[in-house]
Design a protein around this ligand. Structure first.
Ligand SMILES: [Fe+2]
Ligand SMILES: [Fe+2]
Length: 407
């Protein structure tokens, strides 16, 4: 099979990306396109890019809605590669039979076809041609794949002379295909929050998760906190499904915002919020053992186990040792008496993050920006009413929490 591989940060996925994929499918040189969102981008590190799962799942939504019956597949291979995402390393792993055969079969390709020897093409815009020789290990890239560059009218690149030049250096001539002009730049879209030039599915995703806010909370935390947040997002990827992973990251960002408003440490809030549900989809017996390790038999209900278990998991596997962060994770389901400001923030952000739609949260969201305790009273008061009307027991820790809020 001739397979085109299209890597990018897709932050956000826009119409320019769509036109490259469509053009590549139509050019006749390849039979399938595999899209690989970068996880740790070598050019744009730190707070410039959204955490990898946001970009990955936005891309997934777009591909599913735009290429329903076409051979366009999404690969999460970079989540399992350590360190910066270099094309040479990604391709080496991707082209390995141990990866590509099961990957193609999982995407509906018959075994016989998946086991063939494939040829690979690295798809990109023609703007990569003038700088390709300065990429990390260009020889290695070309050992696995030829370049397949999209040329747009008026892009200012003389593709023929660039192809001649690269052929002289690497003894391999890039292939060129033509696409229509599409004006779209991820950085401009992010900055101007102008979502006209992105596919509908990406627009929906951005609105659901409130991405690219004008005042990014990550601009107000330390570099180390940004790094920890980005790494936590990658670490949790295998343990949580899409919805839960994005929820827990949303809680991190909203906790950070609340911390900045209410005078709490935004670095701690970002990490505590982001990790609060890290154990929620682990095996229930494992959750129980981890919960007991942290809090004995205080939490017995299945639904609650993940909160103390999360503290154990985050501490053991992700190396969190800050007691305040671990407490915020432990008590995010029940609350407790004498809760720290950090724990209150995570508790509330868990209920109010942007993708939550279980009730009309407008008033609570507005109140949370002004008066945290008042928002907590609204939120916990509603839980109390619901439990009482259903005749359910309220956890003793939640009772202590209510009392401390004057409920
Ligand atoms: Fe939770
Ligand atoms: Fe949660």
């Amino acid at each position: 099979m001739r397979i085109g591989v299209y890597g990018g940060s897709f932050d956000p996925f826009h119409n320019g990306h769509l036109s490259i994929i469509r053009g590549a499918l139509r050019c006749g040189l390849i039979e399938a396109v595999v899209v690989i969102p970068t996880v740790r981008n070598s050019f744009k590190r730190g707070r410039v890019l959204s955490a990898a799962p946001y970009r990955f799942y936005m891309t997934k939504d777009v591909l599913e809605s735009e290429f329903k019956d076409e051979p366009v597949y999404l690969s999460d291979i970079e989540f399992s590669i350590e360190g910066i995402s270099y094309t040479a390393i990604t391709l080496e792993r991707f082209c390995d039979k141990a990866y590509i055969v099961p990957f193609l079969m999982a995407n509906g390709v018959k075994r016989k076809r998946a086991e063939e020897d494939h040829s690979y093409f690295w798809i990109a815009g023609s703007d990569i041609l003038p700088q390709f020789d300065s990429w990390y290990m260009p020889d290695k890239i070309l050992k696995y794949a030829n370049l397949l560059a999209a040329s747009r009218p008026g892009d200012g690149i003389d593709v023929d002379s660039e192809a001649d030049r690269l052929e002289k250096i690497f003894a391999k001539r890039p292939e060129i295909f033509k696409i229509e002009q599409v004006e779209a730049s991820s950085s401009v879209i992010r900055k101007e929050r102008d979502f006209d030039k992105i596919p509908e599915a990406a627009r929906r995703f951005i609105i659901t998760h409130d991405l690219y806010q004008a005042d990014n909370p990550l601009d107000h935390v330390s570099d180390r906190a940004v790094e920890s947040f980005m790494e936590a997002a990658i670490w949790m990827y295998p343990y949580l499904g899409c919805k839960r992973l994005l929820h827990t990251l949303n809680v991190g960002l909203l906790s950070c915002r609340y911390a900045l408003i209410h005078g709490c440490d935004p670095d701690k809030a970002l990490l505590a919020g982001a990790l609060h549900d890290c154990a929620k989809e682990l095996d229930i017996d494992l959750q129980r053992r981890m919960a007991e390790e942290r809090t004995g038999d205080i939490f017995v209900e299945k639904k609650l186990l993940h909160s103390p278990a999360g503290a154990t998991f985050a501490s053991r596997e992700f190396g969190v040792d800050d007691p305040e962060i671990l407490d915020a994770i432990t008590y995010h389901t029940t609350g407790c008496g004498n809760m720290s400001l950090l724990s209150k923030i995570v508790f509330l952000a868990d209920k109010l993050e942007p993708s939550r739609t279980y009730a009309d949260l407008t008033q609570m969201r507005i109140t949370a920006l002004r008066d945290l305790d008042e928002a907590l009273r609204m939120c916990v008061g509603a839980v109390k009413d619901k439990f009482e009307s259903q005749g359910r027991d309220i956890h003793p820790l939640t009772r202590d929490f209510m009392e401390s809020l004057g409920l």
